[in-house]
Design a protein around this ligand. Structure first.
Ligand SMILES: [Zn+2]
Length: 451
């Protein structure tokens, strides 16, 4: 691993800008309501800047549905042609492990220790099914096959230098981030193996508590944040150079991670609780803590994390609709004309809740810049992983509009470029530097006894 002095960064990026500007496609007409001159400026800036998204779930489409990223699709959010149109240079593809692959969690909670001095049982009792690591391996294979198939347009990257080089060569840089720490099945050796395969961040939890960390999703905590294995996982990730991702974790886990981490952390795809009070989002205090740590928050585009009214209306609509749909299905025979008519009536009575506009997403970006500072904010769309994105950021081709909106809000080019990708690049380099500095530190060992 070669460590690049941080002072060389501006020089490298200036070279990068010149190479990128030469590849920029001509600007299309400005969207309705956009000021033409500012649109031209935004387009040029966007296509000369390094644009990185830290969380894209297209990997699930690739693996489960045979989706070919090389073809322009009419559904979903990301493929190579649309990434190019939108100036999306690099992305962390989610090696997403759904909580259903986690080992037998019920067994764990069924059997609390009898005595306070006794330990809890192992999360997955010997012999119980746990498909988490294999699922992650299959996800990695899906992405590797995609990159192999489109090697003329795409490159698998495992470092900041590789990312910059791939983009300079006109390729879309694909990086890997695990989503759901249960992927390592509580085994530090598996974590090391994933690092060797090229994984460069790991979201410590998904919607489930796992062997070492609490998620924000279940109301009741399990470990009160990180347990001893969790602290080992954070230290080992720092030692290896895998970015610790605190999206999806509980507030107590968040605090414990920041205490333990020797390198910057990220929220790869989270939004702001001050603007939408969802536990997946971060508070202003958490924003300040991320800034203090030198890390970054990448704003999630999911309507339900951006707009509280949307989230409320949608869940109310779905609950009512579900009850009435069940009644109709109980009453009429499957496939009957009556059932079809009843479902059509329901569609008419429960029209989809209108999506929020791009301004909602921009509001989160602007507030994050204000609270955390311009060095600690980025883009983490959750494209292809969420059911709804705001109108005006419908897929990757719309990304230059974010650049326009940030300029229109009064931010200078330097700040906009940081948010588009330079902040993530800085964090990645710093995490690499910390790992370089920690070389020679012995690996963390499983089963040190304490939990
Ligand atoms: Zn997620």
């Amino acid at each position: 691993m070669r460590a690049l002095p941080m002072s060389a960064l501006p020089f490298v990026l200036a070279l990068f800008d010149a190479a990128m500007a030469a590849q920029a496609p001509p600007p299309p007409p400005p969207p309705a309501g956009y000021e033409p001159q500012l649109w031209q400026k935004a387009w040029a800036l966007h296509h000369s800047a390094l644009v990185i998204d830290t969380h894209i779930d297209t990997t699930t489409r690739v693996l489960d549905h045979g989706f070919d990223m090389g073809q322009r699709a009419t559904d979903g959010h990301v493929d190579l042609p649309r990434a190019r149109d939108g100036g999306l240079d690099a992305a962390f593809y989610s090696i997403y492990v759904d909580s259903r692959f986690f080992g037998d969690e019920a067994a764990l909670f069924r059997d609390p220790p009898k005595d306070i001095n006794d330990d809890w049982p192992r999360p997955a009792a010997p012999g119980s099914a746990n498909g988490s690591a294999r699922r992650a391996l299959d996800m990695i294979d899906g992405l590797v096959r995609t990159v192999d198939r489109h090697r003329d347009r795409m490159a698998l990257c495992t470092s900041a230098d590789e990312l910059v080089a791939a983009v300079r060569d006109g390729k879309h840089a694909a990086l890997m981030g695990i989503e759901g720490g249960h992927a390592i099945e509580g085994d530090l050796g598996v974590l090391r193996a994933f690092h060797r395969l090229g994984v460069r961040y790991m979201t410590l939890t998904h919607t489930n508590h796992n062997e070492f960390a609490d998620s924000c999703a279940p109301a009741e905590g399990r470990w009160g944040g990180l347990n001893e294995l969790g602290r080992q996982v954070v230290r080992e990730m720092n030692r290896l150079g895998v970015i610790v991702d605190v999206s999806h974790v509980s507030d107590t886990t968040f605090a414990a991670v920041l205490k333990e981490a020797k390198a910057p952390v990220i929220c790869s795809h989270s939004s702001l609780r001050a603007l939408c009070p969802h536990p997946r989002n971060v508070t202003d205090d958490m924003l300040r803590a991320i800034a203090q740590n030198g890390g970054a928050i990448m704003i999630n585009y999911n309507c339900g994390f951006l707009d509280a009214d949307y989230a409320k209306n949608r869940s109310a609509r779905e609950a009512t609709r579900r009850i009435q749909e069940k009644a109709a299905r109980d009453k009429f025979a499957a496939g009957s004309a009556e059932l079809q008519q009843a479902l059509a009536n329901l569609d008419a009575r429960f029209p989809p809740v209108p999506r929020p506009g791009l301004q909602r997403l921009v509001a989160h970006l602007l507030r994050a810049i204000e609270i955390a500072g311009p060095d600690h904010v980025g883009l983490g769309s959750d494209f292809d992983g969420v059911p709804c994105v705001p109108e005006g950021i419908d897929d990757a081709t719309y990304l230059p509009r974010i650049t326009y909106e940030l300029l229109a809000a009064g931010h200078g080019e330097a700040v906009v470029k940081k948010v588009l990708g330079e902040n993530l690049l800085r964090v990645l380099r710093k995490v690499e530097q910390v790992a370089f500095d920690l070389r020679g530190t012995p690996p963390e060992r499983n089963d040190t006894g304490a939990r």
